[in-house]
Write a protein that binds this ligand. Structure first.
Ligand SMILES: Nc1ncnc2c1ncn2[C@@H]1O[C@H](COP(=O)(O)OP(=O)(O)O)[C@@H](O)[C@H]1O
Ligand SMILES: [Mg+2]
Length: 168
């Protein structure tokens, strides 16, 4: 997994609801063509984050882990395509037609470290870390122009008092 440069912003979550709110906060910034790559171990909260994000996009569908179904699509202000690459071999990823989805939808990808470098370079990368049973740390990184714009937006949108800051 390629490490990007320094991380620019990190948030703490003390509960599932916190993590969902941190996902929801990103929703207003997303547009078709955007890529959000979620990284970090099983149980870190990636799917809960997507549930909040989908809620923020006004998607009515229930968010489940796509580990078995691979791709879930939620209608909303901007359609949200949700993938989990955990069980997908790198060679298969090129065949998923992700670029086609990007024409009309935003893409949120669990195990986003497996994305082709060309797509990951455009992404907002969120690294999830398990701090304790109930605490998570979510660090944002981005290299490209659009990824950096999303990072800046999420930084601002997730800065509400209900979201505990890193240093507290
Ligand atoms: N602060 C937190 N944020 C998110 N999930 C948490 C948190 N604390 C405990 N959990 C638990 O961790 C698990 C996260 O699951 P999930 O979102 O499916 O992880 P992932 O998709 O990264 O494998 C859930 O069982 C949830 O109840
Ligand atoms: Mg998951």
């Amino acid at each position: 997994m390629t490490r990007l440069g320094r991380e620019d912003v990190a948030r703490r979550s003390a509960s599932v609801e916190d993590t969902e709110r941190l996902g929801e906060a990103l929703a207003p910034a997303l547009r078709a063509g955007d890529i959000v790559a979620l990284e970090g171990p099983l149980g870190a909260g990636k799917t809960r984050f997507v549930a909040g994000l989908a809620r923020g996009m006004a998607a009515k569908a229930r968010v489940r882990s796509p580990t078995y179904t691979l791709v879930n699509e939620y209608p909303g202000r901007v359609p949200l395509v949700h993938l989990d690459l955990y069980r997908v071999a790198p060679a298969e990823i090129e065949g998923l037609g992700l670029e086609d989805h990007l024409e009309s939808a935003a893409l949120v990808v669990e195990w986003g470290g497996k994305l082709p470098a060309s797509l990951r370079a455009e992404a907002l990368v969120l690294e999830f870390e398990i701090v304790s049973e109930t605490e998570r740390r979510i660090a944002a990184l981005a290299t490209s122009g659009r990824g950096r714009e999303l990072l800046t937006s999420w930084q601002a949108l997730s800065a509400a008092p209900s979201h505990a800051r890193e240093a507290r």
